[in-house]
Design a protein around this ligand. Sequence first.
Ligand SMILES: Cc1ncc(C[n+]2csc(CCOP(=O)(O)OP(=O)(O)O)c2C)c(N)n1
Length: 372
Amino acid sequence: MSAQELLTVTAQDGSAVGHDPKLSPEGLLHCYRTMLTVRAFDDVCLKLQRSGRIGFSIPNKGVEACQVGAASALEKTDWIFPSYRDFGMALYHGVTPTEMMHNMFGNDRDTARGRQMPVHFSFDKPIRFVSISSPLGTQIPQAVGAAYAMKLRGEKHVALASFGDGSTSTLGFHSGLNFAGVWKAPVVFLCQNNGYAISCPTDEQTASETFAIKAKAYGMPGVRVDGNDLLAMRQVTAEAVARARRGDGPTLIEAVTFRMGGHSTSDDPTRYVPKELVESWAKKDPVARFERFLEKQKLWTKEQGEALYAAAVEQVTAAVKEAENTPPPKLESIFTDVYATVPQHLRRQGQAAFELAARKGDAGAGDGKFPL
Ligand SMILES: Cc1ncc(C[n+]2csc(CCOP(=O)(O)OP(=O)(O)O)c2C)c(N)n1
């Protein structure tokens, strides 16, 4: 493993030699189905946003192998401190599209009860998927703190912090990695280098040779891996997780991948991403590459792939129906879930607000401008 060379396990033709740790055929198909569900979720959310039914979404096309390969190396008792572009990590560990869709609509069954933007998920089961923070890089010191706490308590769990190339320019990245190195905290840093931070390309983001090489300054190994290769992602993450679990400290993984869509539904990437670059990455599509691998294992045919994708779309469409038919959070919920006992001054403010709403009527959908 190295901070400069790119580790690849699956060749573009789908042949993979000696991948390790191995997955059973069912395990491989679970990864495949998860990637298809991410793609279906992504596609459906784009249509929902374009037709004005949700306010915002974050495209995940192109980075599915990165998320799912890394998630497959974690146990359910480990902690994920995700970025907003990590649909596959939650789905791999059994969060359902319906649970995620409640957040896209910010309804009463959204775990954040509409207090977060769409795609800012949080789940405490079946995996510990910590609430996504919009301010970039803030999940990094959070993961380090959680990991260090687990070390002090003698728990054998690991925290994984996932973030983009742009987030390596934040204070959270530098202070987080510094503390993790000093404390030998059981944490894995996954930098998904997808080429751009909105419109800022990586060569304007850093003067370092690679992102992985930054690990050296903090006294931990840095590894560069092909982020469109699910098996390579799983292998590298499994090694980093094992290292953290045995008490040997953190690892920085740089997964080299490409965001095939816009930064968000508010973005137009055709204004800054060269067409040829998109075309060259389209040939390296992570889902198609994994299909070629599965085909060589006699686990995939075109018809089976199409049927599985159709099933994923159906599942996500059913999730939309359920989420859209779930009422918005009750006005009273703005003061719940935060304090065990709501302080007196908030109770007073709440009472005044509820009385006003009762007199003047509640705000209806579309009354407020969505600033995104
Ligand atoms: C501290 C902070 N600065 C700026 C922003 C605005 N912003 C939101 S996403 C983004 C780009 C992030 O790029 P990267 O970390 O590479 O992740 P990616 O979106 O590519 O997955 C920026 C600048 C923010 N959310 N937080």
